[in-house]
Every structure is written in C-alpha cells, then in structure tokens.
Design a protein around this ligand. Structure first.
Ligand code: AVJ
Ligand code: FE
Length: 440
C-alpha cells in the first residue's frame, strides 16, 4: 500500500467512506423517524444520535483537523461527545431531528469529498496513506455495528433482511490445532490504516498451545447449560457468578426456553437455536465459565494473534489468516452481508496456515487478556480512542463479527469491552497449554 499512487489512495479513501455511508443509510432508513429517535435499550443511543455523531466526528477530523476549516455548527459538538453523555442519557439531549441529522452528515461528506480531491494524501502522520480518511471510515463502520446491535435489541417486526451465510462442514476437521512454541511478530508498524493500539510491531515468545479449530457452537454451549453450568459456582469468576445470580441469567442473551426447545430472537424474528452456529451474545464471564467447565481456558490475546497470523513456513506474520490479500466474501463472513454467524466449518479459504478456521468474521472472540498498550505505544491521533480505556476493566476481543466491515477488521485489529457485556456480537473459542516436550 505504501507504493500506491495519490490517485489510488484517493480511490481507497472515497471507497471506504462511501461504503460506510451506504451502510449507515440502510441502517437508518429501514425504520421510521419515531424509531430513529426512540431509545430501544438504555444500553444504546437512539439511532439518530449515532447518525449525527458520525457526521460530527468526520467534521472534526477531516474538515477541521486535516483541512483547517471552521466548524459548521460548533454548538452541537458537546451533544455528540461520547465522553460527555452516557448512552442512557442521550435521548434527553437536544438531538438534531432525523432530517437535520441526515442533512448535516451529507453536508460534511460533500465537503470531505472535495478535500480528498485536493489533498496529496501525504505530508505528516494524519495524511500519509490517507490515514485520517481510513480512520473515519472505520469509525463510521464501528458505529454501524453499534447501530446493528441497537436493531437487535429493538422490539417489533423485522426491519432488516439478508441471505443466509454459506454452509459449514466440520466432519473432516480436527477439534483443535497445535500452535508450536516460538517467537512471532505481534502488532504492526506497516499496515497503513491500523489504529494506534495495534502498533508497533514487536516480538513475542509464545509457548506451545492448542486452540479450537472453530468457535464454540450453540450445540456445545447447550451441553454446558444442560450440565448445570449456570448453577455451579465452581466454573465462575466471582464477579461473573454475582452477575448471573443478580440478573437470573441462565443462557445467552436473546435465548428463551419454550416447551423443551431453545428459541432465539434475532432481528425481529424468532427461530430455534441452530446447533452448528458459533454461540453469540455471551459475556466474557460466560465464556470463561464455559472454558473452565470444559477443562480448558480462553486463549490470551497473543495466542489468538499468533494462531491468526503466524506463518510457520516463512516465519512472517500475515495481515490475515489467509495471507496478505484483502478480505473477499470467500474468506470471511464480514460486512453485514449476512445477519448471523456462519455455521462452524465454513469458509475453508479463510483458514490460517496452521488450519484454524473462522478467526476473522462471524463472532468477536473474547480473549483472556486485559486491554493494555503494546511496548512503545503512542496515542494517535487522540487519547480517547484507546489510551483512556487501557487497564484491567476491559477485556480484549479479536477477529470481528459478521457485523464488522473489512475496513475495520484484520489480524492485528483489537476491540475491547467490559466483561459483563452481552449485547455485542461476541462468542469465543477455547485453548489449552501444550504439555512440555520431554527431552530425548
Ligand atoms: C473500539 C468498538 C470499543 O464503539 O466504543 C467508536 C469504537 N470509538 N467511537 C466503541 C469507537 C469511538 C469503540 N470500540
Ligand atoms: Fe464514536
């Protein structure tokens, strides 16, 4: 990507921003104005807040910071500042009504396209390789995933539809893959649109471990439920045990037991829980408890990334499990093309060099690790993207879900959330340390 011409960089910036806006338009046009301004869950913003926040971030970074323009509507900045107002309080703010929010975001975008036309896309870290434009395309796609979560929490008939993902087949696959001991390169210093927390590239020495070939499925998770997993304190971290007691949690979010069968609500429809799909809408505590019940553990973040990127033949770390090529619909279930994870054993072309499947797409995967900076981390371009979240409160998620666009997903991408979170599109896979090799 460093050898791209300015014209190619412009095309990438425009394509990334345009794809994000098409998705935003879909998510905010399939329900009426009342539903756009309603609060569907205290966990989420009204959809119309996300819409204008997307435009406001774009204005602040691409028009003010990059192009040096004056604010269009300085009085709205504080309304759309995520740190000033918690999600639950956003419905009470003086929000732009839907038509105005749309017009504001479109106005900003029109001016941004003009800025791209005139920009050399070089000359300083914000501009080089069009970083700021890539950052804003990723920001909008991240809020599109957030809005899709709001759609999942919303009550009422389906507003979104999509074709089913491809079939999966696990019959020829081993249950787990051995990732041999040795160093690998974690993080990146070369991926042009990588965010600050993915940088810099550095060596890690990872002991040998085994990792599930595919994410844990609903069928496997039901065994944990049926074995009394939710009523046996032995499997649970103390805070997780407290959470499931307090909220009477006994299954993933959106599951309901009816007449001896598990049903699940999904984007306005109800269906039997499919046994072969990766489990989704579980907290870190549920993932952690399942792993302990299974005699295993969650992988650390560095184990996950080594399984996803390390090529044992070249010793190099790849951009994605399948190699350095950009994701296509053959590699992974990304971009809300399907409104669900694909069954375990699908996407053979997305396998890692060691044969691990579905690391990218389908479900975010909880890891054992706290969200911490890499050695040599430098906050860029703003502390509030990552730095203020570092510490032991947040757990790292890897790999992206069916709701993540490829522009915001790669082998190095790091997501994080509180361990109690259940509404995000998160599942997990399990690991175990390899037994030490005997000498001779
Ligand atoms: C990286 C997904 C945790 O949604 O809170 C959006 C991304 N940062 N606006 C979030 C983000 C600022 C962030 N996550
Ligand atoms: Fe944001």
């Amino acid at each position: 990507p460093s050898d791209l011409t300015t014209e190619q960089l412009r095309d990438r910036a425009v394509a990334g921003l345009t794809a994000a806006r098409d998705r935003t338009a879909l998510l905010t046009s399939c329900v009426d104005d009342h539903e756009l301004t309603a609060q569907h869950s205290p966990l989420m913003s009204p959809l119309v807040w996300d819409l204008a926040h997307i435009g406001n971030q774009e204005e602040q970074w691409l028009l003010r910071a990059v192009a040096g323009r004056d604010p269009i509507r300085p009085e709205i900045d504080s309304v759309y500042d995520a740190f000033e107002h918690p999600r639950a309080a956003r419905p009470t703010l003086p929000l732009l009504p839907p038509a105005e929010a749309r017009a504001y975001a479109a106005d900003v975008r029109g001016r941004v396209l003009d800025v791209i036309e005139r920009s050399p896309l070089r000359g300083g870290p914000l501009l080089d390789a069009g970083f700021a434009f890539g950052m804003i395309a990723q920001h909008e796609q991240q809020h599109d995933e957030t809005m899709l979560i709001t759609h999942q929490l919303r009550r009422g008939p389906a507003a979104l539809t999509a074709p089913p993902p491809p079939a999966g087949d696990t019959s020829g696959l081993p249950a787990e893959v051995l990732v041999p001991a040795g160093p690998f390169t974690m993080g990146t210093s070369t991926e042009p649109w990588a965010l600050d927390n993915e940088r810099p590239a550095h060596q890690r020495l990872v002991p040998a471990f085994h990792l599930d070939t595919v994410p844990v499925t609903n069928g496997a998770y039901q065994h944990f439920i049926e074995d009394g997993g939710y009523t046996d304190e032995r499997w649970w971290a103390p805070e997780g045990w407290a959470q499931i007691r307090e909220h009477a949690i006994g299954a993933p979010l959106f599951w309901r037991r009816v007449g001896g069968q598990w049903l699940r609500r999904r984007f306005g429809t109800v269906e039997p829980v499919p046994a072969d799909e990766p489990v989704v809408h579980v907290s870190w505590y549920e993932a952690d408890a399942y792993a302990r019940w299974a005699g295993r553990r969650l992988p650390t973040e560095e184990e996950w990334e080594k399984a996803a990127r390390h090529d044992p033949v070249s010793g190099r770390s790849l951009r994605h499990p399948w190699g350095d090529a950009d994701a296509t619909p053959d590699h992974a279930n990304l971009g809300q093309r399907h409104l669900r994870p694909a069954p375990a054993g699908s996407y053979p072309r997305g396998a890692s060099p060691l044969g691990v499947r579905q690391l990218i797409g389908d479900v975010w995967e909880w890891t054992a690790s706290d969200f911490l900076p890499y050695p040599g981390f430098v906050a860029f371009p703003y502390r509030e993207y990552s730095e203020v979240f570092f510490g032991s409160a947040h757990k790292v998620l890897r790999g992206g879900s069916f709701a993540v666009d490829a522009v915001a997903c790669r082998g190095t991408f790091r997501n994080w959330d509180l361990p109690v979170r259940r509404q995000i599109f998160a599942g997990f896979r399990t690991a175990r340390s390899a037994l030490p090799q005997k000498a001779g």
